[in-house]
Design a protein around this ligand. Structure first.
Ligand SMILES: [Zn+2]
Ligand SMILES: [Zn+2]
Ligand SMILES: [Zn+2]
Length: 280
């Protein structure tokens, strides 16, 4: 399994879209790994984890055939994870010779409702018929082609059942945990009960080098505690790769700064364009 981090920022981006704080000014002048677009992960070239408004730019930057995407796993309805209007362009007369005829979108009920209302004004019937929006509940498991998908309950915002996901393909498992605050042992124990094993674990790290405890996101020291918890439950394979993503300018740390703090814990801080693989 190969993960490519297409975007690694929190909602406002780094530098943030309207911000002139010192971290954003530094990011603009230094560039490189300090420039972060909205969080999105490409899995094996055919699956997207989230669909922010930066998806089109990610496709341009990294040379991705978006028509080859078979499934999109959407976590929740926040705009940095869910931009349904773009799907109005997925079909004739806006797209020709598409690689895949149809695409499946997995999401919660709130995202489905948002998808239907946000596309209602513009979507053509032929386009609508090629998109299957499938709602999932926490702990629901789906076998989709050669991929197993398990929806997990996130701890993020009220008003909807925010999800995060575990995916497995060819014996390789990835635990993808953004956006979410810390999760209770019970969530990981149930995942363990499904027989899940984790080769790659990706954690929300919006709060940078802090520990927040209960909240809608995690900081680095929440992540280290979650790693201990998950490890203790026996979900991790021996050479598990630990990644932090969904970073914010509000931490006032550049990529090298947060990376240095994460390194002693064996955590790699993601950057836009970073690839990581496990298995064959
Ligand atoms: Zn977010
Ligand atoms: Zn800023
Ligand atoms: Zn969010």
């Amino acid at each position: 399994m190969k993960l490519k981090f297409l975007g690694t920022a929190a909602a406002e981006g780094v530098p943030a879209v309207f911000c002139n704080c010192s971290a954003c000014k530094r990011a603009r002048s230094v560039g490189g790994k300090n420039i972060r677009t909205r969080s999105q992960i490409l899995i094996d070239g055919d699956t997207l984890y989230d669909f922010p408004m930066d998806t089109y730019m990610h496709a341009l930057r990294f040379g991705i055939d978006l028509s080859a995407i078979k499934r999109v796993l959407i976590t929740h309805s926040h705009m940095d994870h869910c931009y349904p209007q773009e799907f109005c362009m997925r079909g004739e007369p806006f797209a020709h010779n598409m690689t895949e005829k149809t695409v499946d979108i997995f999401c919660n009920a709130a995202v489905k409702e948002m998808f239907l209302s946000d596309t209602a004004r513009e979507i053509r019937e032929n386009v609508k018929n090629s998109i299957n929006v499938r709602t999932l509940s926490p702990f629901e498991t789906v076998e989709d082609g050669d991929m197993t998908i398990i929806a997990l309950p996130a701890s993020h915002t009220v008003g909807e059942d925010c999800l995060v996901y575990y995916v497995q393909r060819a014996g390789v498992g990835a635990l993808l945990l953004n956006d979410t605050g810390i999760l209770d042992a019970g969530v990981y124990e149930r995942l363990h009960g499904f027989g899940a094993k984790v080769d790659i674990a990706v954690f929300d790290c919006t709060y940078g080098a802090t520990k927040r405890g209960r909240g809608r996101h995690m900081g680095l020291y929440d992540v280290t505690e979650q790693i201990e918890l998950v490890g203790g439950i026996g979900l991790f394979k021996q050479n598990v790769k630990l990644i932090a993503t969904h970073l914010s300018h509000n931490t006032d740390l550049d990529h090298d700064g947060i990376s240095k703090l994460a390194e002693p814990y064996g955590i790699t801080v993601a950057y836009d364009g970073m690839e990581i693989s496990a298995g064959e």
